[in-house]
Design a protein around this ligand. Structure first.
Ligand code: HEC
Ligand code: HEC
Length: 266
């Protein structure tokens, strides 16, 4: 009896090794199978990029990003109309009336809100109020865009708000404005004091005073650009010719002098 019991519980060394290997192997095999399954699924879902059509499709897909990157960051932002803002942002809640938002075109929903006045509604739309997120959740919207969307919605519910028009175009470049009237006659003295050190001899590649060949292509950039380069420096040309104390008016006169001596016209 004791013998039989011992046989049942005590495995031989071979049996022991086999059971250990089986114990390790089964989960390992399962993991390998699962990994192979996932890789197989992914391989099927990866788009085939070899065909011309597929590559065209990819180019088409990345195009908007590439176009955006080329947009001039300094170009004035074109502000969207009230309807465009509504369609892009506000409609999510204000069409179905989600979260208790006053529904677009519903006079009952909007009546008491409209009576608060346009300015208050704009303020609430910009800052947010209760469940209404600031700027409808789109922080990129300008105040003008939000105000237009408010008018678009409120007017559809009976208000007669006048949405703000496009802002007046930005003033022309400051450099051109400051440097409006250089006086080359006065510029000669400034030149001799602050610019001649380089521009008389052509040190470091400076275009020589009066050398029309050297100044020709520079002059063709226009006075405002030349002044800007003299003010801020460009390559070997230090800002204000290295004389920080020089006034902008004096600098303008000196640029005017160099420019006219170089064959340019102001
Ligand atoms: C996430 C949902 C949501 C979005 C998106 C949203 N709104 Fe609202 N809006 C609400 C809710 C909810 C209210 C009601 C808030 C309250 O009075 O409790 C509301 C109320 C308003 C009011 C009335 C405020 C008042 O004083 O009565 C204005 C105006 C408004 N929204 C403008 C906008 C504009 C403009 C946009 C798009 C730029 C926009 N909303 C986008 C949810 C939203
Ligand atoms: C330390 C030497 C130095 C001094 C001093 C100096 N310049 Fe220049 N300047 C240069 C050099 C070098 C260039 C050529 C830069 C280039 O285009 O690579 C240059 C170019 C310019 C240009 C042409 C810029 C362009 O866009 O082509 C103007 C205008 C100019 N200098 C104005 C002045 C005036 C005005 C002063 C005096 C207030 C002055 N510079 C003093 C070295 C000098």
């Amino acid at each position: 009896m004791a013998d039989a019991h011992a046989k049942m519980t005590q495995a031989t060394p071979q049996e022991f090794i086999i059971s250990v290997l089986a114990g390790l192997f089964a989960p390992l095999l399962a993991i390998v199978l699962v990994v192979m399954l996932i890789l197989g699924i992914q391989a099927k879902h990866l788009p085939d990029t070899s065909s011309e059509a597929a590559q065209k499709a990819i180019l088409e897909r990345i195009k908007p990003v590439a176009t955006l990157a080329a947009v001039d960051a300094n170009a004035p932002k074109v502000e969207k109309s009230g309807q465009a803002v509504f369609d892009a942002v506000c409609t999510t809640c204000h069409t179905p009336g989600a979260l208790g938002a006053p529904k677009y075109g519903n006079k009952g929903d909007w009546g008491s809100r409209i009576s608060q006045g346009y300015d208050t509604l704009i303020k609430h739309a910009i800052e947010g109020i209760r469940q209404m997120p600031p700027r409808g959740g789109d922080g990129d919207l300008s105040d003008t865009e939000v105000a237009r969307a408010v008018a678009y919605m409120a007017d559809a519910a009976g208000a007669k708000f006048k949405a703000p028009e496009a802002a007046a175009p930005a003033a022309p470049a400051a450099a051109a404005a400051t440097a409006a009237k250089p006086d080359p006659a006065k510029g000669k003295a400034v030149y001799e004091a602050s610019c001649a050190a380089c521009h008389a001899t052509g040190v470091a590649g400076a275009p020589k005073m009066g050398d029309k060949a050297a100044w020709g292509p520079r002059v063709s950039q226009g006075y405002a650009t030349l002044y800007d380069h003299a003010l801020h420096g460009i390559r070997g040309m230090p800002a204000k010719g290295g004389n920080a104390a020089l006034s902008e008016a004096d600098l303008a006169d000196a640029v005017g002098f160099l420019m006219t001596q170089g064959g340019g016209k102001l």
